[in-house]
Ligand binder design. Sequence first.
Ligand code: ACO
Length: 369
Amino acid sequence: MGDWTADSNEALTLSLVRSKADQEALGEDESYEEFHPTFTYPIYGDDEKIYGYKDLLIDLRLASGSLTQYLNVQYSEKLPSSSTVDDVEGTLAKYIPEGYYTDETEFEKRVEEDATSFKPCGELIYSYTRPSPSKGKGKGAATGKATAEDDIVYEVYHMTWDTPGFREYHRKMQLFILLYIEAGSYIVEDEDSWEFVVLFEKRKRPGSDISTYHFVGYSSLYGFYHFPEKTRLRLSQFVIAAPYQKKGHGSQLYKAIYQYVLSKPNIAELTVEDPAEAFEDLRDKNDMEMLQNHEQFISEAYGSLKSAGGRVGGVGRAGRSGRGGGALVKGKIGPPADKTWVEKWRKDLKIAGRQFHRLIEMLILLRLD
Ligand code: ACO
């Protein structure tokens, strides 16, 4: 008999493919090829099984920047065609744009071309750098010197349906939503209120002036009317490509979105639609860090020691009036928290109500510890 059933999460193998020169420049621990999805049930059905093949491999490759796609299905044996044998390629093809490559040599040629011609569309809104992982080898290793020039730059671009080239790009990257977000689904393209932020790695090719861009992840946000004349931005989808996960890039993308929200006078607040647990943790961690680094907020929240000259001193649970004749200004988060004060800060910081109250509770608990 033999086993004619394959696990579709294992069979589907994804790669973010770089040009040869860019591939050679990668650090030893860097790998962007042959990773697997977390979910395939939206494509291959609830049991995530594919019937009718032996040694099934669904080889889906995307050019690392342009996300141009290549799809090839391989197997060692297939049951004679019958209604029970799944159409592996035809089923997946419904979820990726038409015109994907099936010829490997043609695809590789295109990867080389795209590597230098692809540039993100939209408006650059945020960036950060990381030391290059390839510093450990080659010239840098011999001298032990690391220069800022070797750093990898990460850039976040803001895009809408009106951004030239974005619709086509979105049709290629949206597959990550189905493959990594539980209950994720494609959004309706013609709804105007969508906005997007896309994170790219920008890497200098060694020994040349060429910079290449590589897709890291993205988030889609939906603008709702907020009385009387503002917008409430709801974060709807958020995904970091698997090879980049758990390296702090999600936190950076979230920070980029938050900074963007703060910078726009017409946006009243940022909310999140049905967050997954991992995203909730990421959000809590970043929001807490932001609040704890906000000097004025923290000194008002926890109270402070005000000297006769009016200077605000350290916070903490110091003695009632403190040494040196200052007066203790009582903290606003109590408990109980001063509701008017909480609401004023919530609005200023543009954080959604439920989340802000959770954050206040966490701050109270931290202080009680
Ligand atoms: N489980 C629990 N916590 C997590 C996880 C996880 N799998 N991943 C990240 N976190 C939390 C942790 O608190 C982490 O901090 P720590 O590692 O210092 O403790 C913090 O997030 C920041 O980690 P980053 O490295 O910045 O997160 P990453 O780049 O991996 O992005 C994300 C996190 C977006 C969840 C990513 O792993 C991903 O894309 N997962 C698949 C898709 C997904 O679940 N998206 C969210 C859906 S919800 C929505 O779209 C609204």
